[in-house]
Design a protein around this ligand. Sequence first.
Ligand code: ATP
Ligand code: LTN
Length: 334
Amino acid sequence: MEQQRKTILSGMQPSGELSIGHIAGALRNWVTLQHDFDSLFCVVDQHAITVQQEPAKLRKWTLDLVAMYQAAGVDPSKSVVFVQSHVPEHVQLAWILTCLTGMGECSRMTQFKDKSERHSDNINVGLFTYPILMAADILIYNADLVPVGEDQKQHLELARNLAERFNHRYSPTFTVPEPYIPKVGGRIMSLQEPTKKMSKSDPNMKASIFLTDSDDDIRNKIRRAVTDSGSDIRYDEQVRPGISNLMSLYHIATDKTFADIEAEFAGSTGYAPFKEAVGEAVAAYVRPIRERFLELRADEDSLRAIAKAGAEQARHRAWKVLRKVYKKTGFIEL
Ligand code: ATP
Ligand code: LTN
């Protein structure tokens, strides 16, 4: 008998345009893993409203992500692609998990601390409890593995604790999920401040390479990337965060190892030839993704149809788990 495949789930917020960081940290792995896992990929619009969003932009970015997932290689005939708000069971489970979470557990979250500093005019309760909704996204499908960037590790830890806590308090119910974080590219840094994560919400457009950037934009941004003093190409995240970040991008775009890259540029004078090569390689890597995105994005009916079919499949699965959880919690059946 065929063994049941393990499940993966991941998601991204429709809160801006995706960058090469999203590909490096997450999407690349989704695409590879979808062949061997039962896969669900979600556009987490309910997470996005933890910071203020313009409704029209939120709608646009949600469909952008449905298209971008596919442009990067997610195949909706293999993977379930859906929008979080179409599957209300996530929020329903989140409430139960909220009642199992200590205040201290949420206040320790570094993303909460960062975002509440950046959005000090809107420190809402949703921003605080956000990791509990993320835990619900994962646990409601009994995901085994969650492919994400490094910044999500702490949130995953909470999901694991909540799964164990529920299982212990009631009876074994949830799979305890494992994070799946790439060794290289788990944290792509800003091109302007290489000690800070590259982020879609960075107001400095030169800091991020967006997947819709033109070849020239990409070459120029990499040419102007802030690099460290020195002139040789050597990987050292601590001492040379700028060059190391560009080496990671070069690795993502070409699959060359750090040793190959160091050998390729050994003896070259200054950073310019290296930056040219990185610019060219990243432009060539992003080009087909951008072209495919533009093609897919032009057909909104298809994107909506994919999201609808995905939501139907996701709801079917989510409801089965939620029903069990409701029963164990002591809610009487309607
Ligand atoms: P941002 O701060 O850029 O708006 P985010 O991290 O809040 O982004 P999401 O869109 O939810 O946004 O991130 C989706 C996935 O992409 C997560 O798994 C996250 O870890 C990963 N990711 C985002 N930025 C990077 C990066 N610079 N390097 C590696 N992975 C990243
Ligand atoms: N918290 C993540 C987005 C996210 C997610 C998820 C990732 C929400 N729910 C479930 C993986 C699995 C972020 O901010 N990047």
